[in-house]
Design a protein. Structure first.
Length: 114
C-alpha cells in the first residue's frame, strides 16, 4: 500500500510540529507568589516606586503594588492589587485603593524595577 506511506509521513510531520510548539510554549514561565514577594522585598524601596510587569498574553504594564488590608490573603492566592498608568497620580494623592486593579501573578513572566 504505497498510498498510505505519504499520509503516515505527513502525520509524523504534524506530530513533530506539535511537539516543537509545545516545547516553545513551555519555555514561557509564570511567576509564583513567593518570587513576586521576593522581588518586591529586594527591589522596592517604597510602595510608590513603579515596577514594570511583563505578561504572557498582554503588553507590559507599569505600576505600583498596593498593600491593603487583604494583602496577605491575596498574595497567598497569587493575586495582586496594582495601580497603573493615569491612576498613579490620583492614588498618590488619595491612597484610595479603588484606583487599583487586580492582577493574577500567574500571568506575570517578569518584573523589573524602573
Amino acid at each position: 500500500m504505497p498510498g498510505n506511506q505519504p499520509k503516515l509521513h505527513l502525520l509524523k510531520k504534524e506530530e513533530h510540529i506539535s511537539a516543537n510548539l509545545t516545547c516553545v510554549e513551555s519555555k514561557i514561565t509564570f511567576m509564583t507568589n513567593d518570587q513576586i514577594e521576593k522581588f518586591l522585598v529586594n527591589h522596592s524601596t517604597s510602595e510608590d516606586q513603579p515596577v514594570k510587569i511583563f505578561f504572557k498574553t498582554r503588553s507590559t504594564v507599569e505600576g505600583i503594588f498596593v498593600r491593603a488590608n487583604d494583602y496577605a490573603e491575596l498574595k497567598s492566592k497569587n493575586f495582586w492589587r496594582i495601580v497603573t498608568g493615569m491612576n498613579l497620580e490620583n492614588y498618590r494623592k488619595s491612597k484610595d485603593i479603588s484606583h487599583a486593579r487586580m492582577f493574577n501573578g500567574a500571568e506575570f513572566t517578569k518584573l523589573s524595577a524602573k
